[in-house]
Ligand binder design. Structure first.
Ligand SMILES: [Zn+2]
Length: 493
């Protein structure tokens, strides 16, 4: 296919998705020609159908690479800028989104999500590289993902990024100032990123899809201001208000303390997307009463972490109850269970990971009790994956893991193959960190060439269950259950 035909196909995608109107066709074509260093035009056939945008992108990038228009140090920026040609400008996206919203919130998010995939802002092909499997735990099916979607950076690109003077603009990856940002050094390419503006309780927030999604329609809700994560009355209220706008989605926030929070604490943000997480499917272990909130029903969820689930028709009551529980949790200690709200140095250790969703017409919020304290026995965190499980997961147990979806490091893809060989007594390069675990498996199970892969996956799922149990403040045992009920009494005193 000639480069001219490919360019015309690219322009056709833009006309089809509303980026430009037919009046702009020649203009856009000339802009793309210039971008690709071409200074003439040969008439091509009118295409009968719209081609897949990523296929056309590949052809244009291959042409640009042959003609040395970019190198590894700016490949990411170049690609994003190329796709920006077929991405409608923010005002058009916002207008289209809110026009469709009048027909229903799902019409609007369907449009926005489809567009994000079409212009490769959501990187579907990279996401498809992830390894995913399900582990049937006693708490229900847990989802395990070995995360291979983030491409490894070329060493030359890393070296080049180091040479670039670091600027403070945009202040971080989650700032709304990234919309359309070309990228520089280690600051990612955002030319083709678009943000829909939403309002939550009188505050302005941005709504966008995550480039390397961990789950279906994984969206990020960004505060317009660059200020730190905070879980408080306003946060609970914001999460529930989001459900008024998009009742088809769940929304949650990472906790606002290190060790138990997510990777970015410096910029207030939430994560939303399609429902269906394992935790949402878990039932109550025990119903409880919150005597101060008669319009809120509550229960302890049958889950490895410590989860109070509240439901109400009233958003206000639910916000008040959540805030009340947070405030009391922040001062609650039970030294018999190693739970200490405030250490002698005056540092506070308690917070909540909240997740909200609609349930049969009621608002529902899961309050996951968190404690980031450390001690001599557990220097990485008392309620953090303990050392014996860190060969699989040593990163924070953030919002997504809390809900029963493990995001495991890419290194496991190759490391687990060696574990399999080790279990089959074949020549192997097993990493020492996996040996104690593999030896235990060897001692308790028999492995054959046919079942070793499935059995190792199961064993990984078991480790993830243990990791979640480590992160639970009230353990799923007799003492933990009594402890949890003592906390409920404290709430009702
Ligand atoms: Zn920021």
């Amino acid at each position: 296919m000639s480069i001219y035909q490919t360019i015309q196909d690219f322009v056709n995608i833009a006309i089809d998705n509303g980026t430009v109107e037919i009046t702009d066709e020649i203009y856009l074509r000339n802009k793309v020609l210039q971008f690709l260093g071409i200074h003439d035009w040969k008439k091509v056939q009118k295409a009968k159908r719209i081609r897949k945008s990523l296929k056309v992108m590949d052809e244009l990038l291959a042409y640009a690479e042959q003609n040395l228009l970019f190198d590894v140090t700016n490949a990411e920026f170049f690609e994003s800028e190329l796709m920006n040609f077929i991405t409608p400008i923010p005002s058009k996206v916002n207008k289209a989104f809110w026009n469709l919203y009048r027909r229903g919130p799902e019409e609007a998010t369907n449009y926005f999500y489809h567009l994000a995939k079409q212009v490769n802002q959501v990187k579907t092909r990279d996401i498809a590289k992830n390894i995913e499997f399900v582990y049937a735990s006693k708490y229900g099916d847990l989802q395990i993902t070995i995360n291979l979607s983030k491409p490894e950076k070329d060493p030359k690109a890393i070296a080049a990024a180091k040479l670039v003077t670091q600027t403070s603009y945009p202040a971080c990856q989650l700032c709304i100032e990234n919309e359309g940002f070309y990228g520089v050094g280690s600051k990612p390419a955002r030319s083709n990123h678009r943000i829909v503006n939403i309002e939550l309780n009188g505050e302005f927030w941005g709504f966008q899809y995550s480039p390397y999604a961990y789950f279906d329609e994984h969206a990020i809700v960004l505060n317009h201001e660059h200020h730190p994560m905070v879980i408080d009355h306003q946060a609970f209220s914001n999460l529930l208000s989001f459900l008024d706008l998009f009742p088809q989605y769940m929304i949650g926030s990472n906790a606002d303390l290190p060790i138990v929070g997510g990777s970015i604490l410096t910029h207030d943000h939430y994560q939303a997307g399609k429902n269906g997480f394992p935790m949402a499917k878990a039932n109550f272990r025990e119903l409880v009463q919150l005597t101060k909130f008669p319009n809120v029903s509550a229960g302890i969820v049958n889950w490895p972490m410590s989860v109070l689930r509240l439901r109400s028709h009233s958003k206000i009551d639910l916000t008040e109850a959540s805030d009340y529980i947070l405030k009391l949790w922040k001062e609650y200690s039970d030294t018999s269970l190693n739970i200490v709200a405030k250490t002698s140095d005056g540092v506070l250790h308690h917070t909540i990971t909240p997740i909200a969703r609609m349930h049969d017409g009621q608002y529902e919020i899961d309050l996951v009790l968190r404690d980031n304290n450390v001690n001599e026995q557990f220097p990485d965190g008392i309620f953090h994956p303990h050392e014996e499980f860190q060969h699989i997961k040593k990163e924070n147990i953030g919002l997504i893991e809390v809900m029963g979806l493990a995001i495991l490091p890419a290194r496991l893809k190759t490391e687990l193959v060696e574990v399999e060989k080790y279990l089959l007594n074949e020549d192997n390069l097993i990493d020492d960190i996996h040996k104690p675990w593999a030896d235990k498996l060897k001692a308790t199970k028999k492995f054959t060439i046919e079942d070793v892969h499935t059995k190792v996956e199961e064993a990984v799922g078991e480790v993830f269950t243990n990791v979640l149990q480590d992160a639970g403040v009230f353990k799923d045992d007799e003492m933990g259950r009594i402890g949890f009920l003592k906390f409920i009494d404290f709430l009702n005193r």
